[in-house]
Design a protein. Structure first.
Length: 500
């Protein structure tokens, strides 16, 4: 099969000896400057007249020179390809231009607080102190090995075959709220796992929770006017979405009962929170605080953004009612995701919104990417309808419960230095340490031993009033968690001795 080759080459002196030289020079320049990437297949020499307007012999000579210089490689029976690592010409270098020096960039995205918030998953590279495997206690990570890929592959294959026989129909731009079958399936899933009562018309399918936050920021914020109250500590990328839209952010403290409602600014138009499993502290909002919040939002004409990112995983106690009840469906925007209960790589989430906001949200969604991929939506819908998601959530509840218990055992051996915060949901536990322990020093000590652990400090927007750690247990087996106890004890002891 002939290669697809759309690189424009200026071949001088066609039909003369100069054509061979210029073909060689043009191909070499295209390889060096990156227009021809490593692994790119070049046209066969028998097709040189069609691609280069030169004879086959001329193309053979040009290819041969590039082969001898290491810029091309030949694969028997396959063709000629750009070499994997073409050498850079002598004396040539590309000077890096600092991003902040270009006036075309929006200064907002160059601010240190913004880059830190959006890159808070990035840690420094491991400084290896041994050959053992790395342990990742970062929150919100799942264990993909436990996902039923065989079942999902079968379901997806069936949906793709259906699309082959009956391709998806594209309606008007305003109709891309999400595949109807998926929206119907979501209503059943969240009714079963979180007692959310809604219809398919109330749901907008998004590319994960982050797109839901961005959409809400776009439609709810008037730049320079809207005040948005956010939990502190809280989820940094959600804060950035609203700040980027031009909102004024006001951090509101969180205590053992959740968001401190009495500290809400009176002019807050949007209130963002995780009431069931606060991120990152893990506490659940008390019933009296929930009612007070709903009453305040109603009285002041504010709206609530409820982030329920891992609400399917309840480990103890009675189920907590979501804020988005039928009585408050016109006030609360409920955000959910399949990243925790299925796979982050699906990039699929959903937003349950009041009827008055849905047309505007759909318009904003179409402005961003029109709609989420149809095959993925159909596959997830069938995965839910056949009961596979419910079965997977039941299995993962048990797995996460076992891992949570192992982590609590480790914390118990380290008491009172490490004090876990109450938490009955989710995939992480937070714990505080006394003021004489430098949490950042502990995290650095563990990092050098290939153990990744986040401090609470990185989740704050305002004043840091607690010191400690966020232990994600979603990606680790119970024995791995228990095995990390010795290193954690050493790290805490080392930090305390340095303080002394």
């Amino acid at each position: 099969m002939d290669a697809l080759f759309e690189i424009k080459l200026d071949i001088a002196g066609r039909g003369t000896r100069a054509s061979g030289r210029t073909l060689y020079e043009e191909l070499k320049a295209a390889i060096i400057d990156g227009r021809l990437r490593p692994g790119t297949q070049l046209p066969a020499t028998r097709a040189s007249a069609a691609f280069f307007a030169v004879s086959r012999n001329t193309a053979v000579q040009a290819y041969h020179r590039l082969l001898t210089e290491g810029l091309l490689m030949s694969r028997q029976g396959s063709g000629t390809f750009v070499a994997d690592a073409p050498p850079m010409p002598r004396g040539r270098s590309v000077a890096a231009v600092p991003a902040a020096s270009h006036p075309a960039l929006n200064p907002f995205w160059l601010r240190k607080d913004v880059t830190a918030a959006m890159g808070f998953w990035r840690d420094t590279p491991d400084t290896v102190a041994g050959d053992g495997p790395s342990l990742d206690f970062r929150p919100a990570l799942i264990d993909p090995r436990l996902f039923p890929f065989d079942i999902f592959r079968r379901v997806m294959t069936g949906q793709l075959r259906g699309l082959e026989k009956r391709p998806a129909r594209y309606k008007s731009p305003q109709g891309n709220q999400g595949n109807y079958h998926l929206r119907e399936a979501i209503t059943r899933h969240i009714a079963l796992t979180r007692a959310v009562v809604c219809t398919a018309d109330d749901i907008l399918v998004t590319s994960g929770a982050q797109q839901a936050f961005d959409l809400l920021a776009r439609v709810l914020v008037t730049p320079g006017q809207t005040v948005v109250a956010v939990e502190d500590p809280g989820y940094p990328p959600m804060r950035v979405a609203f700040a980027a839209a031009g909102a004024t952010l006001v951090p509101v403290p969180v205590d053992d009962e959740g968001l401190m409602v009495d500290r809400l600014p009176v002019n807050a138009g949007v209130i963002c929170l995780c009431p069931s499993h606060q991120f990152p502290l893990g506490v659940s909002m008390s019933p009296r605080r929930r009612q007070a919040l709903l009453d305040i939002a109603r009285q002041r004409g504010a709206v609530i953004v409820e982030d329920d990112y891992d609400g399917e995983f309840r480990h103890e106690g009675s189920p907590l009612e979501v804020l988005r009840t039928p009585a408050h469906a016109d006030t609360v925007f409920y955000v959910g995701t399949f990243s925790k209960c299925m796979l982050p790589s699906l990039r699929l989430g959903y937003l349950v919104a009041p009827a008055w906001a849905m047309p505007t949200l759909v318009a904003a969604k179409n402005c961003m990417d029109w709609h989420c991929p149809t095959p993925i939506q159909l596959g997830v819908a069938r995965f839910i309808d056949e009961g596979h998601l419910a079965a997977h959530v039941r299995r993962m509840r048990q797995r996460y419960r076992e891992r949570r218990e192992a982590l609590l055992e480790v914390m118990d051996t380290l008491a009172p230095t490490l004090t876990p915060l109450p938490s009955s949901y989710g995939m992480h536990l937070s714990a505080t340490v006394p003021s004489d322990i430098d949490a950042e020093e502990v995290a650095g000590f563990l990092q050098r031993r290939r153990i990744k652990l986040h401090t609470l400090h990185r989740y704050y927007h305002g004043v840091v009033d607690r010191h400690g750690f966020v232990f994600g247990f979603g990606a680790l087996e119970p024995e791995q968690i228990r095995g990390a106890g010795e290193a954690l004890a050493a790290a805490l002891a080392s930090a305390r001795s340095l303080k002394d």
